[in-house]
Design a protein around this ligand. Structure first.
Ligand SMILES: NC(=O)c1ccc[n+]([C@@H]2O[C@H](COP(=O)([O-])OP(=O)(O)OC[C@H]3O[C@@H](n4cnc5c(N)ncnc54)[C@H](O)[C@@H]3O)[C@@H](O)[C@H]2O)c1
Length: 256
């Protein structure tokens, strides 16, 4: 929660991957706090649905159908957000995917490139697009999504994904430290297994899902709202000394 009760009123967040899962949950949490929410996703229907739910909570939404792997589309996203709300205070780079599971020796160029395009380039493009504006305002918080996989390396199923999230983790550190004395904070969230469409999208086997759940000391997947509340805390005025680091939200840690 913010230290100042109306801290989020009238401030604006841009959320990529807002059509589903963690991005969707975070959009509704920021709407609850009175923020304007720019909902961006490659899935047009899903992002419109999120925007309608934000509006229904009494906050203002803008729905944008964009593919974060395309730099021009990401630049447009920030420009449209500025046209709509005049400023962008927060950016949550949530769009991401393991694309599909694969053993290390079977990862081909296409899988490797697609995984890096969505997780790494998408995050990189959005930060480059928003930072000049945030620097002008001398204020901004960027939250990226890494993963517990950063600690585990994804053996047997997702080294490509773990490596991409490792790049997100490192890029977050670098951006945070480069702009730390210019009013900018940059952090990442590293979720453990979370109950979203993510596993289905990556065609994770039912057996692997069971194994993941069994391996987490809390014996359950996280709910997407548990990540969203952390993003809210990170963007708030509760702990402005916090930057650069990731926060693992893992139910005690797991095998992946
Ligand atoms: N769910 C988990 O277990 C888990 C664990 C660790 C990290 N993560 C990370 O959390 C983030 C959110 O994932 P989620 O679990 O909410 O999954 P999700 O599949 O529910 O949501 C991902 C959203 O990203 C959108 N998206 C995909 N490609 C896109 C693109 N090119 N451009 C714009 N939008 C695109 C999808 O349409 C979808 O709405 C991702 O970065 C993911 O890697 C998830």
């Amino acid at each position: 929660m913010p230290k100042t009760p109306d801290y989020f009123h009238g401030k604006t967040i841009v959320i990529t991957g807002a059509g589903s899962g963690i991005g969707h949950a975070t959009a509704l949490i920021f709407a609850r706090e009175g923020a304007n929410v720019v909902c961006a996703d490659v899935n047009e229907n899903a992002v419109k649905e999120t925007a309608e739910q934000v509006n229904a909570l009494g906050s203002q939404a803008l729905a944008l159908t964009i593919d974060v792997t395309r730099r021009a589309a990401v630049n447009d996203m920030i420009e449209l957000a500025l046209n709509g709300f005049n400023r962008v205070d927060f950016l949550f780079n949530c769009a991401g995917s393991a694309v599909r599971r694969s053993k290390f020796l079977d990862i081909d160029d296409d899988l490797f490139e697609r995984t890096f395009d969505i997780n790494v380039k998408g995050t990189f493009y959005a930060m480059q697009a928003v930072l000049p504006h945030m620097l002008k305002n001398k204020f901004g918080v960027i939250v990226n999504v890494a993963s517990m996989a950063v600690k585990r390396g994804g053996p047997g199923a997702s080294v490509h994904y773990a490596a991409a999230k490792g790049a997100v983790h490192t890029m977050t550190l670098g951006v945070a430290r480069e702009f730390a004395n210019q009013g900018i904070r940059c952090l990442s969230v590293s979720p453990g297994p979370t109950r979203t469409a993510f596993q289905a999208t990556a065609a994770t086997s039912a057996e692997m899902v069971k194994q993941m759940e069994a391996d987490v000391p809390m014996k359950r997947f996280a709910e997407p709202e548990e990540m969203g509340e952390l993003v809210l805390f990170m963007c708030s005025d509760a702990c402005p000394y916090m930057t650069a680091d990731t926060v693992y939200v893992s139910g005690g840690g797991g095998f992946r």
